[in-house]
Design a binder for this molecule. Structure first.
Ligand code: SAH
Length: 364
């Protein structure tokens, strides 16, 4: 099959190098006047290193790279914007081929480098406190778009290794398991990334959590519980209104299947779910259940002016109540608070979308 035919599905750009075999890449290099060993360099950069930008293949001549760039693409996504917070957290706004955009966040923390990945363009869950859902959902991300977030994170870190992946960006991962699981499988199988260092966050549902648990890898599970009381949870997470008890049951089945303890995420909102009675209800719900609780003081979102973060002493009291009941609990340190800290905000505040089919600027 010719390269032009291969490109048929994406007339806007040449085929992705990643989807071609090392041999096909080698043939292409020779066709463009390079030597076979140049082909091996290219194949290594594409298949082993996962490089997304021709500028980073400095051991091929500029002239050859220029010719190759007309025949193959290294990436389908483009970095539209980078914004770095004062703790070193960097948010990326990524442009997709259909003009949509998503966010990805890189969080360096000592020896740990974490990428926070998106799974959908927007989010259908519409939690009342979350910026991602304000505009609803446009579509699921495909495998290429998912993988390229991982590759970009690695590329951006350079010599420093990517150690953790959290799937906590835009979207509800359980609504895109069909693309997400094969991608994570590839990240584990091809790049040797440990499944134990990958965590997927979800608002539900219990049947999907069980399907996720059966994926064959012990990926981490973070359940966005937010409240023990069903009515309250329904108000916070209107579209994923499954009863907390049934979600917790699914999380215990997940533990049974993977041997990993789930995390229960509680985003704390002032006067909504941060009072002692809420902590006590949570302690009752999670009594004798496997897992630990992560309290997340709400990150202010400009577009949601009617909500507030909890007072720090409320957070401490909440934590103490849970701890006194013998539950494992941590409070999430806030990162990048200074600027668009929560996911979805960069996308909301972005400049107008590029025209469909407009050229993506790769790299920077
Ligand atoms: N849809 C999935 C994954 C994306 S959200 C889910 O609901 O889990 C990842 C986590 O960030 C969730 O626990 C979500 O409740 C939390 N979150 C969203 N907006 C937030 C904000 N402004 N401040 C703090 N946490 C937030």
């Amino acid at each position: 099959m010719s390269f032009d035919e291969l490109a048929g599905e994406n007339p806007g750009r040449p085929p992705l190098a990643r989807e071609l075999s090392p041999k096909a890449l080698g043939d292409l290099v020779v066709e463009e006047g390079g030597k076979p060993f140049h082909g091996r360099i290219l194949a290594e950069c594409v298949h082993q290193k996962g490089i997304l930008d021709f500028d980073r293949i400095s051991n091929l001549s500029k002239a050859l790279r220029k010719k190759l760039a007309k025949r193959i693409s290294l990436s389908s996504t483009a970095v539209l914007q980078r914004s770095t917070g004062n703790e070193g957290t960097t948010k990326y706004l990524l442009g997709l081929e259909d003009g949509e955009s998503i966010e990805m966040v890189l969080i360096p923390d000592g020896k740990r480098n974490t990428v926070c990945m998106s799974t959908q363009v927007g989010c259908p869950i519409a939690c009342i406190f979350c910026a991602s859902g304000l505009l609803g959902v446009r579509r699921n991300l495909n495998r290429t778009e998912l993988l390229e977030q991982f590759l970009l994170a690695r590329q951006e870190l350079g010599e420093s290794p990517l150690t953790n992946i959290v799937v906590m960006g835009l979207g509800e991962p359980m609504l895109n398991l069909g693309e997400l699981l094969p991608t994570l499988d590839h990240i584990v199988g091809h790049f040797g990334f440990s499944a134990r260092r990958i965590t997927v966050s979800t608002s539900g549902t219990s049947d999907r959590i069980r399907a996720f648990a059966r994926s064959g890898h012990p990926f981490g599970l973070a359940l966005s519980l937010h409240a023990a009381d069903g009515e309250l949870r329904k108000r916070l997470v209107p579209t994923a209104s499954e009863d907390p008890r049934s979600l917790v049951r699914a999380s215990q089945d997940y533990f049974g299947a993977t041997g990993r303890e789930p995390t229960f995420e509680i985003v704390l909102l002032r006067n909504w779910n941060d009072e002692p009675q809420h902590a006590r209800a949570l302690a009752r719900l999670l009594h004798r259940q496997r897992g630990h609780i992560n309290l997340i003081p709400w990150n202010q979102v400009e577009e949601i002016p009617n909500l507030n973060s909890p007072e720090p002493d409320r957070v401490d009291r909440f934590r103490d109540i849970l701890q006194n009941e013998g539950l494992k609990v941590t409070v999430r340190r806030r990162r990048g608070r200074d600027r668009n800290a929560a996911c979805g905000q960069l996308r909301l505040g972005r400049s107008p979308q590029p025209e469909k089919g407009s050229k993506h600027i790769s790299g920077n």
